[in-house]
Design a protein around this ligand. Structure first.
Ligand code: PSU
Ligand code: MN
Length: 307
C-alpha cells in the first residue's frame, strides 16, 4: 500500500525488518468495547504485556484517514478519549482514507492492516460473529469473511458470548477458517471459560501453534486465518448464572430499544458491564490479558523458526 495510506511506526518497521516478534492489537476494543477512563489504562497495559512477553506491540487505528500500525502514546490517548471516533471494519477503510476520517479498527480492519504490514500474530478479546436472531437480521460480523481471506493468527477467547456461538462455529467451518482450542477441547465462551461447544483441534504449546502456521504456508492453500481460542481461566470467568441472566436482559433491552447494526455489540457489552456491577469487565480484561500474553509467546516462536 502506498505510504500515505498505511504508516508503520519506526519501532514496528524496525522489528519487522529485523524479523523480531510483533503482535498486532485492535483499537475498537479500546474505543467501543471498554468503559472510559479504564480503556486508556488497558490500552497501555496491553502494550506493556506484549513487551514483557518479548515482542513489539502494534496497536492499529486510523487517524486522519491514515492507517497507523503502531501508535505512540498521544495516538493511543486519542483512540481512548475521542467519543466521536468511528468503528471501522475493513470495508470502511477506503472512504475513511478519502475523507480523512479517523476511527478505531475492528478485528476485520485490524487483521487486514496487520497482514498488509507483514504482521502474522494478532491478539484480541472475542471475535465478532453470527448474532442471535440472525435469521431475521442477517447480522453476521464482517470479521468472519475477512478472516476467511487473510493469513493471520488470531488469539482470542472465542467469539463474544452475546452471539449465536454454534452458528458462528458453523460459519467458521464453511469459510475454511482453522479453529483450535488452546489447551482445551471446548470452544471458549469469551467471559466464560467454556461455551460448551466442542472444538475439533487442541494445540498445547506456542511452538505447536507456530508449526501449524508454518504448515499453512507450506500448503499454500487459500489464505485463511488460524483462530487460537484461548479460554479465560476458570477462576477469572464471569459467574455463568449471572452471565446468562444479565445477557438475557441485555438482549431484551436491545430489542426494545431497536438497537441494530454496528451499535449492537457495544450496546450489549456495555449493558453487561453495568448489569454485572463491573464483573463482566474484569472477565473480559482477564481474557484479553491472557490472549495478549499467549500471542507474544506465539510471535516469538514464529519469529525464531524458519520461514
Ligand atoms: N473483543 C472485545 N471487545 C470488543 C471487540 C472484540 O473483547 O469490543 C470488537 C472487535 O473489534 C470486533 C467487534 O471486531 O467488536 C465486532 O463488532 P461487530 O459485531 O459489529 O462486527
Ligand atoms: Mn454487525
Amino acid at each position: 500500500m502506498p505510504e500515505p495510506l498505511l504508516r508503520l511506526s519506526p519501532e514496528v518497521a524496525d522489528a519487522l525488518e529485523g524479523r523480531s516478534p510483533v503482535v498486532a492489537l485492535e483499537s475498537t476494543i479500546i474505543s467501543h468495547g471498554l468503559p472510559r477512563p479504564r480503556n486508556l489504562e488497558v490500552a497501555r497495559e496491553l502494550e506493556e504485556l506484549v513487551r514483557a512477553g518479548g515482542a513489539v506491540p502494534a496497536t492499529i487505528a486510523v487517524l486522519d484517514g491514515v492507517a497507523h500500525v503502531g501508535l505512540d502514546d498521544a495516538a493511543l490517548e486519542r483512540v481512548a478519549c475521542d467519543p466521536d471516533l468511528r468503528k471501522l471494519g475493513y470495508r470502511d477503510l477506503p472512504p475513511a482514507a478519502a475523507t480523512g476520517a479517523g476511527g478505531a479498527t475492528t478485528v476485520s480492519a485490524t487483521a487486514f492492516l496487520a497482514a498488509r504490514a507483514g504482521i502474522r500474530v494478532f491478539a484480541t478479546g472475542g471475535l465478532g460473529g453470527v448474532h442471535r436472531g440472525w435469521a431475521d437480521s442477517w447480522d453476521e460480523s464482517a470479521d468472519l469473511a475477512l478472516l476467511s481471506r487473510t493469513r493471520i493468527t488470531v488469539v482470542c477467547a472465542g467469539v463474544k458470548s452475546i452471539l449465536d456461538v454454534p452458528a458462528t462455529l458453523q460459519r467458521l467451518e464453511t469459510l475454511n477458517v482453522t479453529v483450535a482450542g488452546y489447551r482445551t477441547s471446548t470452544f471458549p465462551g469469551f467471559y466464560l471459560h467454556s461455551s460448551g461447544e466442542p472444538v475439533d483441534w487442541t494445540l498445547t504449546e506456542p511452538e505447536q501453534v507456530a508449526a501449524a502456521m508454518r504448515a499453512q504456508d507450506a500448503l499454500d492453500g487459500p489464505a485463511a486465518a488460524l483462530v487460537v481460542a484461548n479460554p479465560v481461566p476458570v477462576e477469572r470467568q464471569l459467574d455463568p448464572g449471572l452471565h446468562d441472566r444479565v445477557l438475557g436482559e441485555a438482549l431484551a433491552a436491545a430489542e426494545r430499544q431497536a438497537v441494530t447494526g454496528q451499535a449492537t455489540t457495544p450496546f450489549l457489552l456495555d449493558y453487561l458491564v453495568r448489569g454485572t456491577g463491573g464483573a463482566s469487565l474484569e472477565a473480559n480484561l482477564a481474557a484479553v490479558r491472557g490472549n495478549v500474553a499467549l500471542a507474544a509467546e506465539i510471535a516469538r516462536c514464529w519469529a525464531a523458526g524458519p520461514r
